[in-house]
Design a protein around this ligand. Structure first.
Ligand code: HEM
Ligand SMILES: *[C@@H]1O[C@H](CO)[C@@H](O)[C@H](O)[C@H]1NC(C)=O
Ligand SMILES: *[C@@H]1O[C@H](CO)[C@@H](O)[C@H](O)[C@H]1NC(C)=O
Ligand SMILES: *[C@@H]1O[C@H](CO)[C@@H](O)[C@H](O)[C@H]1NC(C)=O
Ligand SMILES: *[C@@H]1O[C@H](CO)[C@@H](O)[C@H](O)[C@H]1NC(C)=O
Length: 327
């Protein structure tokens, strides 16, 4: 993982020259955009409950890597290693087809109008609301990137083994506060993680050959049962006790030593973050309010690089020059 200093250099190029984002950006050009997105997300969730969590996660993995520009959605090409196979994403990110379905519905209604980057922002918002969480107004008007970088994703996205002080510094680089970090981690109120993501904390935390001592013993036993050696890295477990409901159970679990990932439980073990975990565990409204604010700030991250409205979220639009060179 890249030292934070180098990461900073990568980030200061962000924000300049980015378009202004605003609510109602498609009011004239695609008035039903938000209704269409909501409808597709609702059907996807009815088909497979977990897809809400899987789609919501896209906002984090897209926006942290060169801004919210749908770079995450680009498939690899012979000339470009994209982000789908980066360390944090391979065998882990899923439900890309839900975004494809949304895009198809929007292309039918208003061709070439709504960016894939905005689709990620809208589906994430709807996934949370449809799971019982808060609803917030989203700013729109993002452009889609012309490229993606596996290396940038590898360098930036945090490991599930990260501790709170590392995460505080990382989020600070994106102008996200300690409170934002804790609130946004509350996204783990829905969804699942793999044994791959917890095998070190179960069997060799910090090279001790033992489990992370902060795991509550009964919960530890259930995790051992979920991920017995030799660990099947693809087996998944729930990130909190109510994995389909967006609520503050995640924070109650952290207080009880029942956080799934090291990066979850560390928020309760470290004093700088503990007070927010306590607050959110006791007051769901405070959590919902802080979460919505954090998601809006996360959605504001932009690279300032040139962009386009992709027709297909998986590939950049073909350009006349490309066609010349290919023939
Ligand atoms: C604070 C640092 C974070 C770390 C280290 C982290 C790490 C992880 C890991 C390791 C998983 C399980 C992946 C697997 O085992 O396949 C996961 C799942 C998930 N993450 Fe995070 N995450 C963080 C923050 C966030 C944020 C900010 C969001 C959204 C705003 C988010 C949304 C999700 C969701 C919804 C899932 C479940 C996905 C599913 O069920 O398919 N995470 N995260
Ligand atoms: C947190 O993690 C970082 C990076 O892995 C490490 O350098 C640091 O020593 C850890 N801090 C504490 C207090 O454990
Ligand atoms: C963080 O805020 C500062 C000051 O407003 C700004 O210069 C910088 O570009 C922001 N960084 C990011 C990653 O948005
Ligand atoms: C645990 O981690 C340490 C340090 O990374 C390593 O030297 C040791 O071999 C590991 N033990 C096992 C059982 O994997
Ligand atoms: C996990 O599943 C993926 C397919 O989703 C497969 O390619 C990979 O080999 C599996 N990994 C392990 C360790 O079983």
């Amino acid at each position: 993982m890249l030292p934070l200093v180098a990461l900073f250099l990568l980030l200061i190029t962000m924000a300049a020259g980015a378009p202004d984002l605003r609510p109602g950006f498609y009011a004239e050009t695609c008035p039903d955009a938000e209704l269409i997105v909501r409808d597709v997300m609702e059907k996807a969730k009815a088909r497979e409950a977990r897809s809400a969590a899987s789609v919501m996660r896209f906002q984090f993995h897209d926006c942290f890597v060169n801004g919210c520009d749908a770079s995450l959605l680009l498939d690899d090409t012979p000339n470009m290693l994209g982000e789908k196979l980066s360390l944090s994403n391979i065998n882990s990110l899923r439900s890309f087809q839900v975004v494809d379905e949304v895009k198809e519905a929007l292309e039918n209604a208003c061709p070439g109008t709504v960016s894939c980057a905005d689709i990620i922002i809208m589906t994430s918002r709807d996934a949370v609301a449809l799971s019982g969480g808060p609803f917030w107004e989203v700013k729109l008007g993002r452009k889609d990137s012309l490229a993606a970088s596996q290396k940038d994703s590898d360098d930036i996205m945090p490991s599930p083994r990260a501790n709170a002080s590392y995460l505080i510094d990382l989020f600070d680089k994106f102008n996200l506060s300690v409170k934002d970090l804790v609130a946004l981690s509350g996204s783990h109120s829905i969804g699942q993680g793999r044994c791959f993501s917890i095998m070190y904390r179960l069997y060799n935390q910090s090279g001790t050959g033992m489990a992370d001592p902060s795991i509550e013993p009964n919960y530890r036993e259930s995790l051992y049962k979920l991920c017995p050696p030799p660990v099947d890295q693809n087996v998944t477990g729930d990130l909190d006790a109510t994995p389909q409901l967006f609520d503050n159970q995640y924070f109650k679990d952290l207080v009880a030593g029942r956080g799934f990932l090291n990066s979850d439980e560390t928020l309760f073990t470290f004093p700088q973050t503990r007070k927010y975990v306590r607050l959110f565990s006791q007051d769901q409204n405070e959590f919902f309010k802080a979460f919505a604010e954090g998601m809006i700030r996360l959605g504001d991250l932009q690279s300032g690089n040139p962009g386009e409205i992709r027709y297909n979220c998986r590939v950049v639009n073909s350009r006349p020059l490309d066609i010349l060179f290919e023939s």
